[in-house]
Design a protein around this ligand. Structure first.
Ligand code: DC
Length: 234
């Protein structure tokens, strides 16, 4: 499919809904870039832990985050994330970071810094699949198409357990369900950038769908929007 220039595709949804995997595959199918905005919140959390800053203290953390260099290596797919020159792609996936990242992400002062960086990235990579809880609802309301991807908490927890097991980390299903439900609660009730279904979003419940099926539904939806716009070749 030929994507027109300057087009953003957003995927919002709760923790563990498969957003990252789906977004990466969709971007590959369309031949465009992929932005994992959650990785940026995770890197901000790692930064706090490394600098001994309380992750809940945005007033201290925000200026430090502003000074730090967060950079994706766009020549690789998916693009690894570097924090001050250090590849932190694995370090941001530890349970220590996962359990504290909601504290960081709930603070407006931190979100302001990262939303600005996400919009700058989009201006440099105008053909972009971006995923994260607020990408369609707040950061890119004028995107070409918004998706809202969700699934039952138990299904999401099972996927996370399998994913961690694949990386050699064994965890208890009950612990992951509790962590996902806790994060859902914090993410949907926070005052800034809460998890909501963006207006007009294509709603996809992936509870009983494979990753490939989700990607296929999205490709068809993108093709339909482009065809409706007329003149664009798919
Ligand atoms: O998608 P993830 O699990 O890597 O996201 C990590 C955390 O960052 C999660 O608690 C929600 C938060 N987040 C956010 O608030 N806004 C985004 N655009 C992306 C992630």
């Amino acid at each position: 499919m030929d994507m027109p220039s300057n087009r953003i595709i957003t995927i919002d949804g709760p923790a563990g809904s498969g957003k990252s995997t789906v977004a990466h595959l969709l971007a590959e199918r369309l031949g465009i870039d992929y932005l994992d905005s959650g990785a940026m919140y995770r890197a901000a959390t790692l930064l706090a832990l490394r600098r001994n800053i309380d992750p809940a203290d945005g007033d201290i953390l925000a200026p430090v985050l502003e000074e730090a260099t967060l950079r994706f290596e766009w020549t690789l797919s998916p693009p690894p994330l570097f924090l001050d020159g250090d590849d932190v792609s694995s370090a941001i996936r530890t349970m220590e970071v996962s359990s504290q990242v909601s504290e960081v992400a709930r603070q407006g002062i931190i979100r302001d810094v990262l939303v600005r960086q996400q919009r700058r990235i989009a201006s440099e990579h105008p053909q972009l699949v971006t995923e994260g809880r607020d990408q369609g609802s707040v950061v890119f309301p004028d995107a070409l198409i918004h998706f809202y991807l969700h699934a039952d908490p138990a299904v999401r927890a099972r996927r996370r357990v399998d994913q961690l097991a694949g990386q050699g980390t064994m965890v208890k299903l009950e612990e992951i369900i509790a962590d996902i439900e806790r994060r859902d609660r914090i993410d949907s009730t926070r005052s800034v950038g809460p998890l909501v279904r963006p207006d007009g979003a294509v709603d996809i419940d992936s509870s009983s769908m494979s990753i490939e099926e989700v990607v296929e539904v999205m490709v068809v939806a993108v093709e339909t929007v482009l065809a409706q716009e007329g003149g664009e070749t798919c």
